[in-house]
Each structure stands twice: as structure tokens, then as C-alpha cells.
Design a binder for this molecule. Sequence first.
Ligand code: THU
Length: 133
Amino acid sequence: MTDRELMDCAQRARERSYSPYSHFRVGAALLTKSGKVYTGCNIENAAYTPTVCAERTAFFKAVSEGESEFEALAIVGGKEGKTSPFCAPCGVCRQVISEFCPPDFKILLGAPGAFRTYTLKMLLPYSFTSEDL
Ligand code: THU
């Protein structure tokens, strides 16, 4: 699976975004070390706070299926209809990623045709982890 293919998976997952309130549509694709891809989209709620981000949907699907070793995460998101989507993971999602992934974990952000590679450490420096407890 290439980085571009993982971005394409995130793009397709974005099509399933349920975001009638924000109209901000996000898709995520999480690649496991064994080569499986778990996708997720953001799922909003009329009561607002039950809303879950695309990244957490993908992680919770994977972890609940027994996965624990991850290779990379691709995120494609932006306001409905925008041609060049960009979405960086929110703080809560960064914390969830840090629970399951090492500092050098690869995160792809942007659009399938124009994306950049980051590491978890770049997006969440000085993180609080189980090591601190
Ligand atoms: N959202 C995500 O799915 N991922 C992020 O990292 C940022 C925000 C969603 C949550 C909500 O449905 C919408 O985007 C606007 O915040």
C-alpha cells in the first residue's frame, strides 16, 4: 500500500461523513503493520458533544477488532465542496493516536494529489503517555 493509496482510502471514507451540522467532512484511513486498512469518518449528533472525529472512528474500529500495531494514518478533510481539503487532527485525536502509536508514527495530511508527511511527534510534542504514570 503506497501513501497515495492510503490517501485515496481516506478520501473515499470522507464520502461517508455524517456532518449535517458543521458541513465539515473528514475521512481517515489507518494502515496496520499487517497491511490492513481501517477507515473512519466523522459522525455528528444533534446534541453536538456525542460527535466523533474520523480519526477516532478509524482507531476504535481497529482496536475493537484486536489491532494494536499501526503503520500510518491518512486524513482528508475540509468544508463541504472545498476543492483542496486539508485537515489536521484535533487535540483529542492526537492524544488517542499517541495511546497506540510511537512518536515516529507517520501521518499524511492534505488531499490525495497534494499531501505532506508528518510524524506524531511533530503534531504532539511533549505528550502525556502511559510512561508518565
Ligand atoms: N473533525 C474530525 O473528524 N477530525 C478532526 O481532526 C477535526 C474535526 C470533525 C468533527 C466535526 O464533525 C467536524 O469535523 C467539525 O469540527
